[in-house]
Ligand binder design. Structure first.
Ligand code: ADP
Ligand code: MG
Length: 357
């Protein structure tokens, strides 16, 4: 177990004026932590991970493992185990030969190697699969072989780059639970890369949300969900509504805003928000924190239903609340059967859950 620190790390691939692929990233990852880099395609997740692994050197900044500067250390001197999206297994070798690869390179004796391969296969629930050929395995099993191959060297750190994207939805969910169980048992500090916010929320101790090479927010899944730092984070994590509303009063951690035709409401706000009466605040409201009401009930925002989607657990409604608010998404567990597209409806926001971004 070891902690990792990235201090002002940037990566530029060309000398020309192009934007940096990774731009001034600062992260401290605790020993044993499961830390996720989350963001849309092209935001710099893989580049960041590859700098931690040593496959790329940063243009600027420092990387430290347990306080030791590894910024320019060769990958094979860093003791990291890497798992890739496409598994990168050797198809002509058996499962055991694949898992043993890193031990062979490290000249571990044959007896010790065989013992550790069996141990690693047991860790990923593939006991007895050692003599199978890679092409005889399902995608999920191949991914577990890749994980065993990374774990067998007892790495100081596990680096996983979108390891589940080649699996179908159900297997992806099962495997993410499995990866987290294995990581907890092994206690290995892990950096996980994904563009899938649900995956990041389900697996991580903490998440860094990235956009265009920069870190937008670092926090626990609950923090990034309930207290998004920016409109980008609010929209990228879950389906948030970001409403632009006039401020009617403000103190250090609360901002009161006016709702279209429905009085005022208090919203949580980060310290140092700097908003004053008369400013416009961007307020994030989660779909499940908006309640449905009748269109003529007092104190509701009035709108018209423009789309309705039954998902099983909840019904998602899109409601047009007019020029000031645009469209709002609502997730309701109980929707009266008579509500349909085209209907007038009232919306009530829950003050405890609003957040200024
Ligand atoms: P992500 O993993 O989040 O999808 P990447 O880290 O792969 O993003 O890419 C970040 C940016 O850097 C992208 O604009 C990408 O085109 C660019 N990039 C990545 N690798 C290279 C490379 N080897 N050479 C030049 N540009 C690259
Ligand atoms: Mg990538």
């Amino acid at each position: 177990m070891i902690d990792v620190e990235l201090e002002s790390v940037s990566k530029r691939f060309s000398r020309s004026g192009e934007a940096a692929a990774v731009d001034d990233v600062n992260l401290t990852i605790g020993a044993g932590e499961f830390f996720t880099l989350l963001g849309p395609s092209g935001c710099g997740k893989t580049t960041t991970l590859r700098m931690v692994a040593g496959f790329y050197f940063p243009t600027q900044g420092h990387i430290r493992f347990g306080g030791q500067d590894v910024t320019r250390l060769a990958p094979n001197k860093r003791d990291t185990g890497m798992v890739f999206q496409n598994y990168a297994l050797f198809p002509h070798m058996t499962v055991a030969q694949n898992v043993a690869y890193g031990l062979k390179v490290r000249r571990v004796s044959r007896a010790e190697s065989s013992r550790r391969v069996n141990e690693a296969l047991a860790q990923v629930h593939l006991d007895g699969y050692g003599s199978r050929r890679i092409e005889q395995l399902s995608g999920g099993q191949q991914q577990r072989v890749a994980l065993a191959r990374a774990l067998v060297i007892r790495p100081r750190m596990l680096l996983l780059d979108e390891p589940l994207s080649n699996l179908d939805a159900k297997l992806r969910e099962e495997t993410r639970t499995e990866i987290r169980r294995i990581q907890r048992d092994a206690g290995t500090t892990s950096i996980y890369v994904t563009h899938d916010q649900a995956e990041a929320m389900a697996m991580s101790d903490r998440i860094a949300v990235m956009q265009a090479g920069r870190v937008q927010q670092i926090g626990s899944p609950r923090e990034v969900y309930h207290q998004p730092a920016t409109a980008f984070v609010a929209r990228f994590i879950g389906r948030s509504n970001v409403l632009s509303l006039p401020v009617t009063a403000a103190d250090t951690t609360t901002v009161e805003v006016a709702l279209p035709g429905a009085g005022t409401i208090a919203s949580g706000a980060p310290e140092g928000h700097g908003l004053r009466t008369g400013d416009t605040a961007l307020v994030s409201a989660r779909p499940e924190h908006i309640a449905l009401a009748g269109p003529d009930d007092p104190g509701v925002i009035r709108g018209r239903v423009t789309a309705l989607e039954f998902t099983g657990m909840a019904t998602h409604l899109t409601v047009d609340i007019g020029a000031e608010g645009g469209e709002v998404t609502v997730a309701a567990v109980d929707v009266p059967g008579r509500v349909d597209v085209g209907d007038r409806i009232g919306l009530r926001l829950t003050a405890e859950r609003l957040w200024v971004v």
